[in-house]
Each structure stands twice: as C-alpha cells, then as structure tokens.
Ligand binder design. Structure first.
Ligand SMILES: [Zn+2]
Ligand SMILES: [Zn+2]
Length: 388
C-alpha cells in the first residue's frame, strides 16, 4: 500500500505550494534513477506520484478529502481489482517527459520535470504528445453497490484504435517507410553557437511525431491518425467498500494514442446515491430505530433493516433514548482488507401519547410507588388547566 503523500515528501498537511515544489525538487534529484552512483527507482516513483497529486489543487483537495484513487486492473484479460493506484509504468514515464503533450484534465504531470533534469542528466526525451488522452467520467451507483461492490458495463464514446488500419495509420498493404525528415531518429538535433559555447538543441521530429517511421500511404479511414471516434463497452469492477467521490483508474481505457502509441487512462469518479434507510460513516453503517417506552424499560428483541437484510437486535432493559446499539460486523467491508465495520443503531424511545384509562391507572400507581410528583388531575380538566 502506498504511504501518505505528505509523508513521502516529508511535509505537513498544511504545506504551501512552494514547500511542496521545493521538497519535490530536492527528493527527485536525490533519488533519480539516472543519477550517478544510482538513485532509487521505487522511491522516485513514489515521490512523483505524491507530487503529481499534491501539486494540483483539485487533486490535492480530493486527496485530502478521500485519499487515493483506486486502480482497476486492465479490462483486457486480467480480472478483479488492482488495489491502490501507482504511477504509470516507469519506463514509459521516463520517455514521456517533455513538452506539448495533450492530456485530459486529470492526467497532468504539469511540473517542469524536463527543465530540471535535462540540465543535470542530459539527453533528449521523447515527446509525449502521441499518448492518448485520459478520460474522466462520473458513475452513479446505489448505496448497496457501494457497500458490496458491483460489476458494471460502461459504454464509452471515445477515440479508439482505427479498425481499418489496426491503429498503424497506414493504409492496409502500404509500406512503412523511414521518416525522411529525421531519417528514423525521431528527433532533430541542431547546434547553436552561444557565448557559453556550442549548445545542442534536440527536438521531436514534427513529421513523424518522434516515431521515426511513416506510412507510405495514410489510412483512408482515419487519415493516418490510427484512431477513430467509436463506441466501446467495457466492464468495470467496483470494489466493495468504495466511498462517495473516490475514483477508479482503468489503465489504458482512455483514448487510443496516435498511430498505436500508448493509450490514455480512464478515471471513473464514483457517486453513491443516498439511501433512505442507512447512512455511512467510513466502514460503519448508521441508522435509527424507534422502540416503545415499554420495550426501553423491559428490554426487547426487535427487527432491524441491515445491509444484509433483516436482523434481530437485542435491546437491553433500561435502554435510554439516544443510546447507540452495535451490530458487530454488519457494516461496510474495508476496501482493502474487506474486514467489515459495524452497524450502529441509534435508539429513539417513543413515549406513549394516548393512554387508555387502564394504562393511566397503572402508570399513576407506578409513579406513586416511586414517590414521583405527578399531576393528580390528569384527564380532561388537567389538560385545559395546563394551558393557563
Ligand atoms: Zn486507420
Ligand atoms: Zn521524423
């Protein structure tokens, strides 16, 4: 499980944006895997993941409120729920640093990572502009689906791999040629004379988008993009215990990338519909139950609606209004451990409003026995008198 993002960067919850940025620069430099003498790839990933979230006001707000995004195992092949989100594949990430990438609203590595490291470690890094865009959607689920999880089929209308060219961007049968502009290197290197001497400038080839190759004849359906807008249905597993506002990441189900390059990711923000019977407080279910005055005094067994259906709740003698009774293990499974919380029932005691003559007599006797001061003239006259 990932550690706390603030802890990873050695920060407090109230740290300023400058603090976050400074901590990130220092740690990323210390642990960068390209560093001479060796960095720490795992740590470096953690640092980047933490910074990606904490440097973005919207994501930081969401993290403070709900914690991390949950990652769905990739729809193709693998099954089940992938646990906490990590950052994208490290190798891919290292290529992806650069300028001009087009990305969805939640995907952003918006820091100037390239600036920081191009000086220190040198070397050109491929542009990420070819990667598919991340998608974000909201999925409304029922209260009990949030408790026990669910399988949902979702239909996406997105740019996906062009079926005609299978994403290559080349008309079937057409040859793939080496890019004439960059001669297959994917980048253009130029030298500039400055007062500091020769400075080498490297940029991504605009003709082939850094791929080094081109189709001789572009696909007629997608005009060489390798992607076309189309509908796609995917299955999503909603983990048991998910909370309102938490997100599920489905890797690779964003939009397809330019000419078969890496697709974006899909983020599903879960909105849980309220229930008329229950409320949730973390792993606990909350509800109220009304019992009579007599049941409160004498104790009772009453039927309660739980998320598992009707169960019997033991009300001990002498229960007071406002007392909270616990149904152990009838709460929400924890999203990771699946250990269930409790169902807490707040008891409301109903005082009888209309008493029969006989009941009134019994109560009066009980009260007199206790020496309690009651209105001796209850009944019609008493009620009128009270109003004066
Ligand atoms: Zn095509
Ligand atoms: Zn080129």
């Amino acid at each position: 499980m990932a550690r706390d993002y603030y802890e990873i960067l050695g920060l407090q919850k109230n740290s300023s944006k400058d603090d976050i940025r400074r901590a990130y620069r220092r740690l990323a430099h210390d642990y960068h895997p390209d560093k001479q003498g060796g960095g720490d790839e795992k740590k470096f990933r953690e640092i980047n993941e933490a910074y990606e979230v904490l440097s973005d006001d919207a994501k930081r707000g969401q993290y403070d409120k709900f914690g991390q995004t949950f990652e769905q195992a990739r729809a193709s092949g693998q099954s089940g729920f992938g646990g906490f989100s990590g950052f994208q594949d490290f190798s891919e990430f290292m290529h992806g640093v650069g300028e001009n990438f087009s990305r969805g609203p939640f995907s952003g590595i918006e820091f100037d990572f390239g600036d920081i490291f191009s000086d220190i470690f040198g070397g050109a890094r491929q542009s990420r502009r070819t990667r598919g865009v991340d998608l974000e959607m909201i999925l409304e689920i029922d209260f009990l689906e949030g408790v026990f999880g669910a399988e949902r089929e979702i239909e996406l209308d997105k740019k996906d791999i062009c079926q005609h060219c299978k994403g290559s961007g080349a008309e079937p049968g057409s040859k793939v040629i080496t890019c004439p502009r960059c001669h297959g290197l994917g980048q253009i290197t130029s030298k500039k004379q400055t007062i500091l001497g020769n400075v080498q400038h490297v940029e991504v080839c605009s003709r082939c988008q850094g791929q080094g190759k081109l189709p001789e004849k572009e696909c007629a359906e997608c005009h060489g993009q390798g992607v076309r807008k189309q509908k796609k249905a995917i299955k999503v597993t909603i983990p048991a215990g998910i909370e309102n506002g938490q997100r599920i990441k489905v890797s690779g189900e964003g939009e397809a990338g330019y000419r078969g390059s890496q697709p974006g990711d899909l983020y599903i923000a879960v909105r849980i519909k309220p229930s008329s019977k229950f409320e949730r407080s973390g792993s606990d279910i909350l509800s109220t139950a009304s019992i009579s005055f007599y049941q409160a005094a004498l104790g009772a067994k009453i039927a309660i609606d739980s998320v598992d259906g009707e169960v019997m709740l033991k009300v001990p003698p002498g229960t007071q209004g406002g007392d909270v009774l616990r149904l152990r293990g009838k709460g929400v499974p924890h999203i990771q451990t699946q250990k269930r919380g409790d169902h807490l029932v707040t008891v409301k005691v109903l005082t009888p409003k209309k008493l029969s003559k006989e009941e009134r007599e019994i109560f009066r006797k009980l009260a007199e026995k206790k020496g309690e001061n009651i209105d001796p003239d209850d009944g019609m006259w008493g009620k009128i008198k009270d109003n004066f």
